[in-house]
Design a protein around this ligand. Structure first.
Ligand code: NOJ
Length: 796
């Protein structure tokens, strides 16, 4: 823990911008010219990415005494033979030694190798002054002056943090997602970061997997649309050379989200049809949108680790999809093929990955060390290295890095700009999902006195969610922060009862009850600390953690109306909590502006419109459960028998021999696409432009959508289809379109979806993508259970 902390400390904060315009023309010619001048070592250097953690004053200020002592001992500068012990030194002495050592390390491990042409990319450097210094070593002090591409995990915002990607997905709003990525790019680029490792496009059907937080949910169509939107946002809407753009990196290729049992880094077993029809499409879509780079994943699929899989990296990515950007490994994933038992040592791992078509190695240096020998031995061809370097240089030229490698450190800071905070607030509003609202408990009248209870009401770090290397909790506006700001006119009493989500001490529950009793309504903020989701943070139990459910019950026992507001990194199993809440507003960690956004919704300044991007199961044992599952031979009937209804010694077949759980039935708690509003919507009159379309045809589906309430609202209308008979078993439903529709109170609109026959294509028995003639069901409605249905056919 200590060592890791040392490594992560010391991240710089910065500003600056590049001038616009760069030579985009003749990229291929420039690539070839440069390549022809490079030595083999310089080429291999381009394939090497090194991580950089600054050890500067700011970093050192965050070190504990223990951290410093560990550093001094580990670096061999104290505590050894003939050296002073850390306990014999003053703090000032320690700091001076650490700084001197850090400067030496920087020179030996980073600056000199850059000058020698041995580093093509850095990650985790965010200090513009340092970026400029190191870029100068690359541009002016190396033989060929090749700029470095500088990467950072900018996942859901840089400084201004947007909702976690799973939350953004709940908005079903590509424009909002694109705008968020644009803002993240502007902030990140102003520090010299010009490459992000996002979007993460792993289809995620398992809420135990901590990285579901980073995903865009369970659906390939939604993930494909939103992933492409993120790519556009990061990359300046197709203009990679935009001085405010950063290169996107779609990850993790491939299948990482299907880790067995939701245990991060675990094996996946995705067979070809599932791979082609579910896991690959979001990647293909984002590559069509211009994603410049792609990252391989840690997992092996059916025995082949992704970083050594030439079939996915060559046959699919290059030959079929014509991807011409570059591929980077995940952190140490080349070397990890040794632990997989797929390579016997680093040298063989480097050979396998280079030959599989993996262009750049993240952090482990096996390419740098072993490719020269492997080439001499004829195990890797020079042409393979040339191709990798071509791919890397092509992106560097397209990004205009040769013309604009530096950061303008004199520019005013763009961090946390008002417009960015406003966009983050809107994103948090659109990402919240109203799951329950009995007796119109919400919206609340502003005249009500409110009891604010629970550990997430004032958790500035935790509400930001996972992967926020750069976001600063001091800028977070929590719900309590909002009650001191925009909502300061609200009368409230605050009793957190628990300091953090995992706390088990119930000593303050009485105080929470008293607070609730003294108010008109209790708003209980529960959920997960951010550390409970994200990379390497899988859970086998996804109930509200700790004693939070007990807290909710205690508050409900006062008889006051209870609003449950959840902030979490994953779908949770909350069925047991529902009886104790009159209304439930679910927020995937909502980011910097979560507090005001939540009150905008609670007080009806905004109307909830988010829809679930992933199924909410009743019990963890139902996982995996997702809406677009294949049709089984024995689908469960509408009503299945519950445990209590089964007679003693009932006959073997008396329950019907269909597919369901005796204890938790056939349905999830909430289906994909579900979400309520303060308005009510009615879908009617589904009509199709034709009962059948030819293979090159297009169908128009129309439906009347009416806001039947007296509140203005926005509904996400969703279109699903089912290919009734296929050459392989097809899903019961597949999302093929969605649209956010704003409707005034009482207003109705006819909404239209176009569906081409091509939209119905899939990889069939022969693994070739085509549309198969036949009959289709079509539904339009407010979630994946929408009942309004029609049928059409596609003819040869
Ligand atoms: C490991 C993660 O799996 C990946 O998503 C991330 O981009 C890299 N580390 C770099 O931090």
């Amino acid at each position: 823990m200590k060592v890791r902390k040392l490594g992560l400390l010391g991240v710089f904060i910065l500003s600056g911008i590049f001038p616009a315009g760069y030579a985009q023309n003749n990229v291929e010619k420039r690539v070839e010219d440069l390549l022809s001048k490079m030595t083999l070592e310089e080429k291999i250097g381009q394939m090497n990415q090194v991580s950089f953690f600054a050890v500067d004053d700011k970093a050192i200020a965050q070190y504990s005494d223990d951290d410093m002592d560990t550093f001094l001992v580990r670096m061999g500068i104290a505590g050894g033979q003939g050296q002073k012990k850390p306990s014999e030194m003053t703090k000032a002495e320690k700091i001076a030694l650490i700084k001197a050592e850090a400067a030496k390390m920087l020179d030996n491990n980073i600056t000199q190798p850059i000058r020698d042409g041995k580093i093509g990319s850095l990650l985790n450097i965010t200090d513009p002054v340092m970026v400029n210094r190191l870029q100068k070593a690359a541009m002016d002090e190396s033989r060929l002056g090749i700029p470095m591409i500088i990467g950072r995990d900018v996942i859901h915002g840089f400084k201004t943090i947007f909702p976690i990607p799973l939350g953004q997905a709940a908005s079903f709003n590509p424009q909002l997602v694109e705008d968020g990525a644009r803002i993240a790019a502007i902030e990140a680029r102003s520090t010299g970061v010009n490459w992000t490792f996002a979007p993460m496009l792993d289809i995620s059907r398992d809420a135990r997997w901590g990285r579901i937080a980073e995903s865009l949910g369970e659906d390939p169509y939604l993930g494909g649309q939103l992933g492409a939107a993120m790519v556009r946002g990061f990359q300046g809407n197709g203009n990679l050379g935009d001085p405010n753009a950063i290169a996107a990196c779609v990850k993790h290729f491939i299948g990482y989200g299907a880790a067995e049992g939701g245990r991060d880094y675990n094996s996946t077993n995705i067979p070809p049809h599932l791979m082609r029809n579910i896991y690959l499409p979001p990647f293909h879509n984002s590559i069509k949108a211009g994603a410049a780079t792609l990252m391989t994943s840690f997992n092996d699929n059916d025995g082949i680790p992704a970083s050594g899989n030439d079939y996915i990296l060559k046959s699919i990515l290059r030959d079929e999809w014509k991807f011409d950007g570059f591929v980077v490994s995940d952190w140490a994933s080349i070397g990890e093929m040794i632990a997989h038992g797929f390579a016997k040592n680093d040298k063989q791992a480097a050979e396998i990955s280079a030959n599989a078509g993996l262009d750049m190695e993240m952090v482990t240096g096996a390419y740098l060390k072993y490719l020269p020998e492997l080439i001499k031995e004829g195990k890797v061809a020079v042409a393979t290295v040339d191709n990798a370097v071509r791919n890397i240089l092509r992106i560097k030229f397209r990004m205009g890095l040769f013309e604009n490698p530096y950061v303008d450190t004199n520019k005013a800071s763009v961090m946390y700009a008002d417009a960015h905070m406003k966009a983050a607030r809107q994103a948090a509003v659109e990402s919240a999902i109203l799951l329950k609202n009995d007796n119109n408990t919400l919206p609340l009248a502003e005249s009500k006195k409110i009891a604010i209870i629970g550990p997430m009401a004032n958790a500035p770090h935790d509400q930001l969610g996972t992967w926020i290397f750069d976001g600063d909790k001091n800028h977070t506006v929590t719900p309590i922060g909002a009650l001191k700001g925009d909502y300061k006119h609200i009368r409230y009493v605050y009793e957190p009862a628990l300091d953090f989500s995992r706390e088990k001490n119930t000593a303050n529950f009485e105080k929470a009850k008293q607070a609730a009793a003294s108010a008109d309504v209790a708003v209980v903020f529960l959920g997960e600390e951010s550390i409970l989701s994200g990379e390497a943070h899988s859970l086998s139990n996804i109930n509200l953690i700790g004693v939070q459910s007990e807290l909710l019950k205690a508050v409900k026992s006062t008889g006051k109306p209870v609003v449950l507001v959840i902030m979490a990194g994953r779908p949770l199993t909350i069925e047991r909590d529902l009886p104790f809440a009159d209304a439930v507003l679910f927020n995937f960690h909502p980011g910097t502006m979560g507090g005001p956004a939540i009150f905008d919704l609670l007080f009806g300044k905004a109307n909830p419109s988010g829809k679930l991007p992933a199924t909410f199961v009743r019990e963890v044992g139902q996982i995996p459960m997702y809406y677009n599952h294949n049709s089984t031979g024995r689908p469960a009937p509408e009503k299945v028998m519950g445990l209590d209804e089964i007679e003693l010694e009932a006959g073997q077949t008396s329950l019907g021999n269909t597919s369901f759980y005796l204890d938790s039935g056939k349905d999830p708690l909430y289906p994909f696409g579900f979400g309520l509003s303060y308005s009510t919507f009615e879908y009617s009159g589904l009509t199709l432009s034709s009962a059948s379309i030819p293979m090159n045809g297009t169908l128009t589906a129309r439906v009347t959508l009416k806001n039947t309430s007296n509140v203005d609202g926005t509904e996400v209308a969703q279109l699903y289809v089912q290919d009734i008979v296929g050459s392989v078993v097809r899903p019961v439903r597949e999302l093929k379109g969605f649209r956010r529709v704003a409707l005034k109170a009482g207003e109705s609109k006819i909404i239209e979806f176009k569906l081409s026959a091509d939209d119905l294509s899939f990889y069939g028995r022969d693994l070739i993508k085509r549309t198969e003639a036949g009959d289709f069901n079509i539904w339009i409605g407010g979630d994946s259970n929408a009942p309004l249905k029609s049928t059409f056919s596609v003819t040869e």
